[in-house]
Structure formats: structure tokens, C-alpha cells
Design a protein around this ligand. Structure first.
Ligand code: SPD
Length: 303
């Protein structure tokens, strides 16, 4: 039995002025028009468009409120915050002294909120293209956005590539918390952009980038990792379970100039900070286990 929040109880059939109203609205997200995921929409909370994309917030009994960009699920109220915790804490507990962090994308502000919890971190710049995504997400998913009010948080609304080209600040960690490699984020999956990210990292810097679904997106993952390996000395993949993303298994590219996410994982720092950070998915065992890859995934990124 799901523990989803109580929503407006909507009987299967309601009499309205003598008419029978049947509530049976569904969200459907397909991969290649062929297989996919669907969930019942209990309410549509907001539907709008920005200069870049369509933005929807829907509500479902199992997952609570969900943010949808261009018809693709991004984040849910009850997904245990797995993606945001994994994209953030894995590099932050690997780097020995993470002070300057840059998040490119990240419009729901969940990664920003996780990053500012780290006591060593002095500043987290979040560079998001679409201001409207931040406004809509903050309105409906405020629990993800508590980090915005931190004195460490620095929000910039700009194209990520232009931002890095125009600013020569160096970072300890850069996180590419992007939507899919179609539409507004497509260019940020390219080799030229990853080279620019490398150039803006300190000598022991770390890049983590979301890298799609191994079961479904081999054609995006294979060239991405091949390109990253020409730039970074250390490139590894780790995964997490994201129940609202296509095929559930989601991946991240961990790219580093020196630090290794297993050898240099600071378990003692995690133990000291675990209760103040208060994760729902990430912990020390998950940090290590996330780098264990099924054989087909190894072959995918080693080829
Ligand atoms: N198909 C959905 C991929 C979304 C990856 N990024 C999500 C950003 C959430 N902060």
C-alpha cells in the first residue's frame, strides 16, 4: 500500500447536474513511442510555457506533486530525492575540501539544497537557463528549494555555456544537473562543453553529469563516455534508482582530475554529517555500491 499524501478524494464516478463525470486522466511518457510509464493525474496544478519549454506540475496519489518539462518527468515529491542526493553527495564526499561548487541546470533547486548542507562548502552557484522552471518548482515543491535562502547560494539565470565562457572562476566541483540531451540542454552533452567544464575546474576538480538510462539510451551514453575519457584522466559511471525516470535505473558520469570516488570517499566526514544532512537515499553503503555496474553497462561505457 502506498503512503502517498491524501489528495482531493475523487470518486470514480460523480453526478454533476445529472451528468456522470468519470475522472480518468493519465500522464504517459513513452520511449521511442514504444514503451513507457504512465500515472494517473489526480490534479493539474499548473501548466505554462517559458521561452524554452512547456512546464507542467501534476499531482498523483503515489508520487505526490511532479514537475514535468517538455513532457518529461523531472522530479517528484515522493521519489526519496534520490537523484538530487546522488548527483550532489557522491562528488562532495569524495573531494577532500569542496569550497566552490557550480551547478549547471538544477532548476528544481534540489541539488543546490543538498550542496549547501556541506559545512566545507563556501559557495554554490546555480546557473539555470530557465527562470520560470525555478519559479514554478519553488511554488509547488518548496521542500526542495530550502537551500535558495542559504547565504552560500548564488543563483544565476544564464545559458551554462555562455556563463562558463564569460567567467574564469575555477571550481572544485561542477555538477551538470541537466534535462535530457534534446531541446535546451542538448549542447551541454557535447565534447566541446565538457572540455570547457574541465578548463574551469581546479587541478583536483570533479565533474558529475547526469548521463541518462543505461537500459534505453546506449546511443547517447556511448559517445558521451568516449568523449569524456579523452578529456578526464578518471571517468566512472554510477547509478541510482529513479522510479519516475524511464526504465528506473539512472546513471551519472563521475569525471575527475585526481580524486577517485571509492579510494577517496571520506566515510568519516559522511558519518559526522549524516544526521545534519538528513538524506533519504544516499548513505555510505549506497555511495560505494552505486559504482558496481552490470556487465552490459560496463561494456557500454568501455567500448
Ligand atoms: N528524463 C528525465 C531526465 C531528467 C534528468 N534531470 C533531472 C533534473 C532534476 N533536478
Amino acid at each position: 500500500m502506498s503512503e502517498g499524501k491524501a489528495l482531493t478524494e475523487r470518486p470514480a464516478s460523480v453526478a454533476v447536474d445529472g451528468l456522470e463525470m468519470s475522472w480518468d486522466y493519465w500522464y504517459r511518457e513513452l520511449h521511442d513511442g514504444n514503451c513507457g510509464y504512465s500515472l494517473k493525474i489526480d490534479r493539474v496544478l499548473e501548466s505554462t510555457e517559458s521561452d524554452y519549454q512547456r512546464i507542467d506540475v501534476i499531482e498523483n496519489r503515489t508520487w505526490g506533486k511532479l514537475l514535468v518539462l517538455y513532457g518529461s518527468l523531472m522530479v517528484a515529491e515522493h521519489d526519496q530525492n534520490a537523484y538530487n542526493e546522488m548527483i550532489t553527495h557522491v562528488p562532495l564526499f569524495t573531494h577532500p575540501s569542496p569550497k566552490e561548487v557550480l551547478i549547471i541546470g538544477g532548476g528544481d533547486c534540489g541539488a543546490l539544497t543538498e550542496a549547501v548542507k556541506h559545512s566545507e562548502v563556501e559557495r554554490v552557484t546555480m546557473c539555470e537557463l530557465d527562470r520560470k522552471v525555478v519559479e514554478v518548482a519553488n511554488r509547488h515543491l518548496p521542500h526542495l528549494a530550502t537551500g535558495v535562502s542559504s547565504p552560500k547560494a548564488n543563483l544565476v539565470f544564464s545559458d551554462g555555456k555562455a556563463y562558463l565562457e564569460d567567467n574564469e572562476t575555477k571550481y572544485d566541483i561542477i555538477i551538470l544537473d541537466l534535462s535530457d540531451p534534446i531541446g535546451p540542454a542538448a549542447e551541454l552533452f557535447q565534447k566541446s562543453f565538457h572540455q570547457l567544464v574541465y578548463d574551469r575546474l581546479n587541478d583536483d576538480g570533479i565533474l558529475v553529469a547526469q548521463s541518462e538510462a543505461p537500459f534505453l539510451h546506449a546511443s547517447a551514453i556511448r559517445p558521451m563516455y568516449a568523449n569524456l575519457r579523452t578529456i578526464f584522466p578518471l571517468v566512472r559511471m554510477y547509478t541510482c534508482s529513479m522510479p519516475i525516470y524511464p526504465s528506473v535505473l539512472w546513471s551519472f558520469a563521475f569525471c575527475s582530475k585526481t580524486h577517485d570516488p571509492l579510494r577517496d570517499f571520506d566515510r568519516e566526514r559522511w558519518k559526522a554529517m549524516a544526521s545534519s544532512i538528513g538524506t533519504r537515499y544516499y548513505n555510505d553503503e549506497v555511495h560505494v555500491a552505486a559504482f558496481a555496474l552490470p556487465q552490459f553497462v560496463r561494456q557500454l561505457i568501455d567500448s
